[in-house]
Design a binder for this molecule. Structure first.
Ligand SMILES: [Cu+2]
Length: 224
């Protein structure tokens, strides 16, 4: 199994050209006294043939990859719309539960920048269908957290059934790892890198990032 098979691997393509390189927003202090500037954020979900697919949900993550739960459901015509969003840098994540995922050739989540009075449009290309590799659970890691997707607590516990493959995915900008538990150590995980462990025993297993252990501590519980 590789990440292509992993259901939460989501591919995204930016529809409007490069939005990268605009993230170095300046003047945050200067704008603090005036109404927060916003920009519009919307997008579409299509399959590899370009056909709109009304499936899934899109989450607006913080720039560091933490998922505060802000989301927009994909409507029947394959569109999603966040409306007006405060100007800034974010990551955007498609989540299709067991119905759809983004092929590994596309990034997921995808970094975006919302600029003042500008419409940011993002297109996700998804593949329909359930993973053939059994149950899976994705946990994001970044500065400085572990978070089960899509709605886990910061540095919380993740409960999975025996046999579930857990995939830790680094959405942050720094080097992290996943140390502890029956798997031992993941070794360093770079941005966009992942580590997978198929749960093969019952119990609650604490783990940490050995680089940022005081801030990045969590547990995974395997139940029958
Ligand atoms: Cu770390």
């Amino acid at each position: 199994m590789n990440r292509r098979r992993f259901i939460a691997g989501v591919g995204a393509a930016l529809a409007g050209g490069s939005l990268f390189g605009l993230a170095s927003a300046c003047g945050a202090e200067l704008t603090a006294l005036v109404p927060s500037p916003t920009g519009a954020l919307h997008g579409t979900v299509v399959d590899a043939g370009g056909v709109p697919r009304g499936v899934g949900r899109v989450y607006l993550l913080n720039q560091n990859g933490f998922n505060p739960g802000v989301h927009a459901d994909v409507d029947g015509t394959g569109r999603f719309d966040f409306g007006a969003v405060p100007t800034g840098a974010y990551q955007l994540r498609f989540w299709g539960a067991s119905q759809a995922s983004v092929p590994e050739t596309f990034p997921n989540p995808v970094p975006i920048v919302v600029s003042t009075d500008t419409t940011t449009s993002v297109q996700f290309v998804v593949a329909l269908g359930e993973s053939k590799d059994g149950p899976e659970q994705e946990i994001y890691l970044g500065e400085y957290f572990f978070q089960a997707q899509p709605t886990g607590q910061l540095n919380g516990n993740t409960t999975v059934k025996l046999g579930t493959t857990v995939c830790w995915y680094n959405v942050g900008g720094m080097l992290h790892d996943v140390s502890g538990g029956p798997w031992g150590s993941s070794g360093p995980i770079v941005h966009g890198g992942s580590f997978m462990w198929t749960s093969d025993r019952l119990g609650t297993f604490p783990y940490r990032c050995s680089y940022h252990g005081a801030q990045m501590l969590a547990t995974v519980t395997v139940i029958a």
